[in-house]
Design a protein around this ligand. Structure first.
Ligand SMILES: Cc1cc2nc3c(=O)[nH]c(=O)nc-3n(C[C@H](O)[C@H](O)[C@H](O)COP(=O)(O)OP(=O)(O)OC[C@H]3O[C@@H](n4cnc5c(N)ncnc54)[C@H](O)[C@@H]3O)c2cc1C
Length: 376
């Protein structure tokens, strides 16, 4: 039995803590906030993340608290016209792709950790270095602005500003929204919308490409009027949806190259602390669940230095490929040049009429991966 400290109680910290607790280790979580909570927003849990939730024994709870992502719909912003729609359920078979409220996911993971005897220290800003002498392993799940990542990578320690802003809000749903993820694309902007909580609510993620001279902390309050103004060219039913926004939060998005040092002594990085990524493939939390599963296995069977080498060997190729695809999406979603846009949209309409399912092919490597079946 190992004694493990986990810094941070987001998706990464809670999932790794619960998995380690279930494996019989003694786990202490340190969270700087006074309570475990999440801002009101949705989250997509794709099959590669869901299989870890299943291993944790919370699959049923997750399904009960989420909506199935039946199909992906891509629309143009101007009149909201469809460009391409493809069926998710037929391309994923019996795999689960769920849409849910973050607070519900956090609650499920927290309950799971408590039932696996994890001990929580809330209101405690922890320092990885000072914990490292008291524990067999220290897992730093301290998020996008991780102090531990900076400690392990003193040269490569700052986040890169990305010139993307994200706003997140939840509004009452209109019946016109289909049962799945809709991506509405515009020059330099896009909106991702999907139903959550029994289809009673619609989650909106609004992204704009614009110069960002500061890196903001997560979740600043924004005026609804400002967001309606920035996205005022969006037509179709999205116009009405935007009108119904009453509260909204803003993020100045930042990213970080995958750091050179993932570990230092017995300190291991995980989740956004290790790989903060732009939300253009909805994979930050899903990747964190994968990390959590791999780390739990490695820590249970290997010593510190073997676990560190194996962690990099298993996770790096997949994360590098993911980051590349995200970069590609950032470009494709926001096409500005009218000729390139027109050609791309004609291509999408053609695909929609002829082979809509082929649009799911570029995601197969991502969603069909089941980390729980790896031979670790
Ligand atoms: C607009 C947007 C949409 C997204 N949509 C999706 C999606 O649909 N699907 C998906 O998979 N991902 C999505 N993501 C990414 C996802 O939200 C993150 O990758 C994920 O929440 C990261 O979880 P984490 O636990 O690593 O970090 P966090 O959730 O940031 O948790 C870090 C925790 O550590 C605590 N902490 C920090 N320092 C200390 C310290 N010194 N001591 C103690 N505690 C500390 C913090 O208080 C916090 O609770 C999205 C991101 C954005 C911005």
């Amino acid at each position: 039995m190992l004694k493990v400290a986990v810094i941070g109680a987001g998706v990464s910290g809670l999932s790794v803590a619960s998995l380690l607790g279930a494996a019989g280790h003694k786990v202490h979580v340190f969270e700087k906030s006074q309570k475990i909570s999440e801002l009101g927003a949705g989250i997509q849990i794709s099959p590669n993340g869901f299989c870890v939730l299943k291993k944790l024994g919370v699959a049923e709870d997750t399904i009960d608290n989420s909506v199935c992502n039946n199909s992906i719909l891509i629309c143009d912003y101007y009149k909201g016209k469809k460009l391409l729609q493809f069926d998710q359920s037929s391309s994923l078979g019996n795999k689960h792709f769920r849409l849910m409220h973050r607070a519900d996911l956090i609650k499920i993971l927290y309950q799971s950790a408590l039932s696996n005897k994890v001990i929580f220290n809330l209101g405690y800003a922890a320092d990885a270095q000072s914990l490292s002498s008291q524990y067999s392993f220290v897992i730093a799940a301290d998020g996008v602005h991780s102090k531990t990542r900076a400690l392990l990578n003193p040269i490569q320690n700052t986040n890169r500003k990305t010139n993307y802003f994200a706003w997140r809000t939840i509004v009452p749903i209109k019946n016109t929204h289909h049962n799945g993820v809709r991506l509405t694309v515009a020059p330099n902007k896009h909106i991702v919308s999907y139903p959550i909580r029994g289809r009673d609510q619609l989650n909106l993620v609004l992204i704009q490409e614009a110069e960002n001279n500061e890196i903001f902390e997560w979740g600043m309050t924004e005026s609804p009027e400002e967001i309606k103004y920035i996205f005022s060219e969006f037509g179709g039913d999205m116009k009405e949806t935007l009108e119904s926004i009453t509260t909204v939060h803003k993020w100045g998005l930042s990213s970080h190259d995958i750091p050179v040092n993932w570990t230092g002594g017995n300190i291991f990085l995980i989740g956004d602390a290790l790989h903060p990524m732009l939300p253009f493939l909805a994979q930050g939390a899903n990747s964190a669940l994968e990390d959590a599963f791999v780390l739990t296995k490695l820590m249970s069977f290997l010593d510190v230095s073997e676990a560190a080498d194996k962690y990099l060997e298993i996770r790096k190729p997949r994360l590098v490929r993911l980051m590349k695809q995200i970069k590609n999406n950032a470009w494709k979603f926001h096409l500005e040049h009218s000729f390139i846009r027109a050609c791309t949209h004609s291509g999408l309409r053609f695909l929609d009429k002829s082979f809509p399912q082929s649009a799911s092919l570029p995601f197969r490597w991502l969603y069909n991966y089941d980390v729980t079946k790896l031979n670790i």
